[in-house]
Design a protein around this ligand. Structure first.
Ligand code: ZN
Length: 203
């Protein structure tokens, strides 16, 4: 479990990243950290990209319905205008933000803000997702959380897409994705590649 660092003698900010596959508990962990900061009377603001409206317009909702109220924003620049007089900034679904997010988070940290970011580290192709790799590089603290592979029960690191759609952003829940370990993820890709080839051969 992540515990906050002890240095608080001078006002210095930092960046924390919580990453992992779908259904790994990223948002849960983000909410846990933000709620603890709030209990300590710290001023907390939470943001998410406008694109993510799966559950609710203004709440960040984790898969087990724990939630916290957030502000949907169009792009990462909006963070600069909305974070005056704030101690802690939470950002959910960071993978959907533009690449300016990394610089902006660093600016916030320099202003003395604790920035906590949650996001998918890989897209459904298994490639680094949006600004996440850069954020991981500049963060002081990184927590990689894991789901459980639905096929073999090992730790899952990948988000396997169950539906045949090509775009990188397909918002969805359990009907569209399942968490898989590296091996089962690869196996699924090989199988669907072969299936696609069979369909092509039949034509
Ligand atoms: Zn597996």
């Amino acid at each position: 479990m992540f515990l906050e660092p002890h240095f608080k003698s001078q006002r210095s900010g930092w960046i924390e990243v919580i990453c992992g596959s779908m259904f790994s508990g990223k948002t849960e962990e983000l909410i846990r950290r933000l709620k603890r900061a709030r209990i300590a009377n710290q001023r907390v603001e939470i943001f998410k990209p406008k694109i993510d409206t799966r559950y609710d317009e203004t709440k960040i909702v984790s898969h087990d319905k724990n939630h916290i109220v957030s502000t949907p924003i169009e792009n990462s620049k909006a963070l600069l205008m909305l974070t005056d007089e704030v101690d802690v900034v939470g950002i959910d679904e960071a993978q959907f933000f533009d690449t300016d997010l990394t610089d902006i988070c660093q600016e916030l940290a320099l202003k003395g803000i604790r920035v906590i970011i949650a996001g998918l580290d890989m897209d459904f192709r298994g490639k680094p997702f949006g600004p996440m790799p850069d954020l991981l590089a500049v963060a002081e603290y990184i927590t990689k959380v894991h789901a459980i592979c639905q096929h073999c029960g090992n730790l899952a690191t990948h988000s396997y897409r169950l539906v045949q759609e090509e775009g990188t952003v397909v918002l969805g829940e359990k009907e569209s994705y399942e968490p898989r370990c590296r091996t089962c993820y690869q196996m699924g890709n090989i199988l669907s590649f072969n299936q696609a080839r069979e369909v092509r051969n039949e034509k």
